[in-house]
Design a protein around this ligand. Structure first.
Ligand code: GSH
Length: 283
């Protein structure tokens, strides 16, 4: 692992790392925010970690630059790990059409099985296993983890949290793709990464996973009413209906006037951080 940049922010540090990923068979970049308690110039102390998964077209820097999360994370003594949204670099396959919703910047947090993508697009295993192991052996963090994300990353957070409930203390999402097997973003990604076997798709569909296994973890979802993708891609109503049927409580907020952008995320990120801190320190 190599540290490629380090900056002080809110008495903590934003560290950008690069490492050779065995899971994705390429170099991966990630950003890590360490709160003051974890930074050695104060007095290094292990802190819990929130994993943030970004959406389509993002890399590890969008959240760091636009969400305005670090003041609250510093106050709450929570680290934030921000992985990239796909493998990248020489030889990594991209969408042949170069579209924004598949390939580079759009790994959808699945383990690809189709021949073109399987070598590098193993983002599910990367986020669930390789990245936490790397972070936990290189930074002053403990094994209390939470997971959060936006849009495609909200889908990733719900799927990864629901499938690995023993590994996380809480799950939250902004504007998540809740039922990807039923929307065009998800169908395109799953066809490309997983092939036509729709049984395999269900392992990456939060609504199907909740229906099958329920949740013992606290879940918070926030959604903007003016989100341009709400009616055709996100389908929170499908997820909320299953939650109701299964008696799983979702802390859901529909916020009038907000769109899909980081302005929405920056408005509510402090609430998500407080939600996760409460569970991280009591789990
Ligand atoms: N229509 C957009 C869709 C992509 C989009 O809205 N991406 C969201 C996540 S799904 C995002 O976070 N974009 C990066 C940013 O705002 O910094 C495009 O063509 O780029």
């Amino acid at each position: 692992m190599e540290i490629v940049a380090k900056q002080r922010v809110f008495e903590g540090e934003l560290v950008r790392i690069e490492h050779a990923s065995k899971t994705n068979n390429c170099n991966m970049t990630a950003s890590v925010f360490l709160p003051p308690l974890a930074v050695s110039h104060v007095s290094s102390h292990p802190v819990p970690v929130l994993y943030w998964l970004s959406g389509l077209t993002c890399n590890d820097q969008n959240f760091a630059q636009k969400a305005g999360a670090f003041r609250a994370a510093a106050d709450l003594n929570v680290a934030i790990v921000m992985p990239d949204t796909s493998p990248r670099g020489y030889g990594v396959a991209d969408d042949p059409d170069g579209s924004y919703d598949f390939g580079l910047g759009a790994g959808f947090y699945v383990n690809a099985t189709s021949p073109t993508y399987a070598l590098n697009y193993q983002m599910y295993d990367y986020v669930v296993s390789e990245l936490p192991a790397l972070i936990e052996s290189n930074f002053p963090v403990n094994q209390r983890r939470a997971i959060c994300g936006h849009s495609m990353g909200g889908h990733g957070a719900l799927v990864i949290g629901l499938r690995n409930q023993e590994k996380y203390c809480s799950i939250s999402a902004f504007s998540p793709i809740c039922n990807p097997t039923e929307c065009s973003w998800g169908q395109k990604a799953f066809t490309g990464y997983l092939g036509n076997n729709q049984q395999a798709w269900l392992e990456y569909d939060a609504t199907a996973l909740l229906k099958r296994g329920g949740s013992t973890l606290p879940i918070r979802i926030d959604q903007g009413s003016e989100d341009e993708f709400l009616s055709n891609q996100l389908h929170p109503e499908a997820f909320l209906k299953v939650a109701q049927d299964k008696d799983v409580k979702i802390d859901y907020g529909l916020h009038t006037g907000y769109d899909h952008s980081y302005y929405f995320i920056s408005t509510f990120i402090d609430k998500h951080l407080a939600f996760h801190a409460e569970h991280l320190f009591n789990c």
